[in-house]
Design a protein around this ligand. Sequence first.
Ligand SMILES: [Fe+2]
Ligand SMILES: [Fe+2]
Length: 160
Amino acid sequence: MSLIDKCSLQAGDKRMDVESYMTLDHFETNGFIKYILRQIDDYRDVSEFLRTLSDRLRRHIYIEEVFLFPKLGPESQKDVEYIKKEHGKLFRMLDLILKERSNLDKIKEVLENLLDLLIEHYGYEESFIYDHFNNLDADIISGLKYPKGWEPKYFGDGDV
Ligand SMILES: [Fe+2]
Ligand SMILES: [Fe+2]
């Protein structure tokens, strides 16, 4: 059971809001990347972890672009475009990670870059975007699955 599910249960009567849900997902994803990096240092097979990371991060981005950002007003569109460009880059990095999954040195390098980008990306979203969602019940997104093959708006732009 994920930390998010545990917190949802412990919250009892008070439902989790979208801001808390997505912020917790940031926290869990970064923790998971650090865990994978430690496994690589111990020469463990991380291919399943990489698949899980990819699915998890793609789902998070899908939820933001398809379900959350369209709820924002015109005053947020500049921030949203900036964030969407980073989503394109994150998807390309995930593709690279899956493609290179047997090359641990390369995977480690890309995962470290991914973590750096995510720390900055998450900080931006949590500072400028997520507080618009603190009155929305997380039930509207918690059951959503990533539809395989969906790509973010700027997936095709630029190198990794
Ligand atoms: Fe994002
Ligand atoms: Fe996010």
